[in-house]
Design a protein around this ligand. Structure first.
Ligand SMILES: CC(C)(COP(=O)(O)OP(=O)(O)OC[C@H]1O[C@@H](n2cnc3c(N)ncnc32)[C@H](O)[C@@H]1OP(=O)(O)O)[C@@H](O)C(=O)NCCC(=O)NCCS
Length: 209
């Protein structure tokens, strides 16, 4: 499959939300294991409460291949509802799910565009889908006049780090310790950033995608 065949769409159509949550679960099962036993748990909690405008979708021939969810001040993909959590899960599982989500919560600064997560279907990796999604996110960040793009990644995820470095991201901070291990199953989490030159369009990024 060539990159040109991939359609990157801003937002996500309702009909693809379940597929997207499955792709996300498969990509981050290790991180989500506390509180979410399988993709259906994630779907049950978030099916009707994601912000369908806070992401980009990658579609080929009507098939959902990948998602990049982003966060800006006041806007994020997963909209948690306590009522949903406690009515759809047993009390213990609801607490575990909330605990998991709290471990991964982050807030975007006013000038920041956070790539919350990037996930491509397992059978479609290495074909340019992730890169195309990242380019579209950068275009969006520039159009919003954000100054910085940022993301978090575990140190073992060398492939993803290589991808981000190729796109101009640099590690600006690392975290270690008990909570990092608990939240991610990893010894180290990196924050990577890419400065955007005062939101001006970038020739390289607007060509791609
Ligand atoms: C990371 C990820 C989004 C990349 O998407 P992709 O569509 O495969 O990326 P592209 O085809 O545009 O770019 C390929 C690059 O992605 C990286 N990559 C990471 N994991 C990969 C995988 N399993 N297969 C292929 N490439 C992978 C490599 O750097 C690769 O470049 P290389 O060929 O020089 O090694 C995808 O592998 C994925 O969903 N992984 C699981 C979830 C994840 O780790 N997300 C990032 C967390 S911050």
């Amino acid at each position: 499959m060539a990159t040109a065949e991939v359609e990157i769409v801003e937002g996500i159509e309702e009909e693809y939300v379940d597929d997207a949550l499955r792709v996300v679960y498969d990509a981050f099962a290790k991180k989500l294991r506390i509180g979410f036993r399988n993709p259906d748990d994630l779907i049950r909690l978030f099916r009707d409460s994601v912000d369908t405008t806070s992401c980009f979708s990658a579609i080929v021939d009507g098939q959902f291949l990948g998602i990049l969810a982003f966060q800006t001040a006041g806007q994020e993909f997963f909209r948690l509802s306590l009522v949903n959590t406690f009515t759809r899960f047993s009390p213990l599982r609801a607490v575990l799910a909330l605990f998991n989500l709290a471990l991964h919560a982050s807030d975007a600064a006013p000038n920041e565009f956070v790539v919350d997560f990037l996930a491509v279907d397992g059978s479609s990796r290495g074909m340019g889908v992730g890169t195309a999604l990242m380019h579209r996110a950068e275009e969006k960040a520039r159009s919003l006049r954000k100054h910085t793009m940022s993301l978090g990644v575990i140190a073992e995820n060398e492939g993803a780090i290589r991808l981000y470095e190729r796109l101009g991201y640099k590690t600006t901070r690392t975290w270690h310790g008990f909570y990092v291990r608990l939240a991610t199953g990893s010894e180290e989490v990196r924050r990577m950033e890419k400065p955007l030159a005062s939101g001006r369009p970038d020739a390289a990024s607007s060509k791609a995608g």
